[in-house]
Design a protein around this ligand. Structure first.
Ligand code: C5P
Length: 228
């Protein structure tokens, strides 16, 4: 299991201070989401790699659009040199296939994941939007992503095992909503500890607030890495 840190702080300076603090940890995944990417763009990606070239970047922009626009965006994302990005599985199989088709000619392409159900959704909220039951729909979305040639999905710890069963053990799961040692959930509904993520065969855990809001993020990361 690998650790992915969400870079969601209010300013670029604060994000960079956090990265400087943790720079000695090789091969960490750094998740750049809407806030940071919209504000700081590609320059931030270059600065992350400059702090530690072994850091791997997950660009979390959750693409959702018509197939051609998704493929165009995927091609541009690949040019940024990031190591992983994601799309919404609910954009449909044709859109996901067009993304993978567009990346095919590349010698080295990023890992592509599909978001199944946002971890902030409760079962009731999910049903209100999709008119379907959450767990079954997350599995169905994962199967669509698998059949479309993607590498894995973003899901909650609670769906990880079922998804692997209905696809393949090699099909990656990345789970946000991790509260490593039972920290405050914030706006997340389906949170779980590292212990639970291990049992659920999760490949990557995403941790944001429990690290960047910790008094000592560096030692928090050390505690997490020990536990992995
Ligand atoms: O602070 P916290 O650990 O809750 O951060 C989780 C991160 O994962 C946030 O950046 C959030 O946008 C992202 N995320 C999520 N649920 C998804 C996909 C991404 O929480 N399904």
């Amino acid at each position: 299991m690998e650790l992915c840190i969400a870079l969601d702080l209010p300013t670029k300076e604060e994000n960079l201070v956090l990265l400087e603090k943790i720079q000695e940890h090789n091969n960490l995944w750094i998740k750049v989401g809407f806030r940071s990417y919209i504000r700081d763009g590609k320059a931030l990606l270059d600065e992350i790699k400059a702090i530690n070239p072994t850091f791997k970047i997950f660009l979390d922009l959750k693409l959702y659009d018509i197939p051609n626009t998704m493929a165009d965006a995927a091609e541009e994302i690949a040019k940024l040199g990031v190591d992983m990005f994601n799309v919404h599985a609910s954009s449909g199989k044709r859109a996901m296939q067009s993304v993978m088709e567009r990346l095919k000619p590349l010698k080295k392409r990023p890992i592509v994941l599909a978001v199944t159900a946002l971890t902030s959704f409760s079962n009731e909220e999910f049903a209100d939007v999709y008119n379907q039951e959450l767990a079954a729909t997350a599995s169905k979305f994962a199967k669509d992503a698998y059949e479309s040639g993607l590498d894995g999905v973003v899901c909650s710890v609670f769906e990880s095992q079922d998804i692997k069963k209905s696809t393949s053990n090699e099909f990656l799961t990345l789970t946000p909503g991790i509260r490593p040692f039972g920290e405050d959930a914030g706006d997340q509904q389906r949170v779980a500890t590292i212990e639970k993520a291990k049992v659920a065969l999760v490949d990557y855990i995403v941790v944001g607030r429990p690290i960047y809001k910790a008094e000592d993020p560096q030692s928090k990361i050390e505690d997490i890495l020990k536990e992995l």
